[in-house]
Design a protein around this ligand. Structure first.
Ligand code: FES
Length: 96
């Protein structure tokens, strides 16, 4: 899987989270939203109001827009941008 992080920056300890069952590298201190973006995962859910079911993803990155909601360890509607990663975290996008 790709890693879009800026090279050469100091980071926390490397951990592995699982997103829809697939392992994704992350670093302690990162938000889940940052880890997902770094892994190239931008679609976090699909619109339920729009008949076209358009793809939705994080917008503000600071807890306001609610567009980054995912399921974390079985808890639905967690804002990825307000959730810090930790080893073994299980993430499901799009209400999975
Ligand atoms: S990106 Fe806007 S609330 Fe998370």
């Amino acid at each position: 899987m790709s890693d879009l992080r800026i090279k050469g920056r100091r980071r926390g300890k490397r951990v592995t989270i699982r997103v829809n069952g697939a392992p994704v590298a992350a670093y302690t201190g990162e938000t889940l939203f940052a880890a997902l973006l770094a892994a190239g995962i931008r679609t976090l859910r699909h619109s339920f109001n729009n008949p076209a079911k358009t793809a939705r993803g994080g917008f503000c990155g600071m807890g306001v827009c609610q567009e980054c909601r995912v399921t974390v360890d079985g808890l639905p509607d967690r804002r990825a941008c307000m959730t810090e990663v930790r080893e073994g975290m299980e993430v499901a996008t799009d209400g999975r």
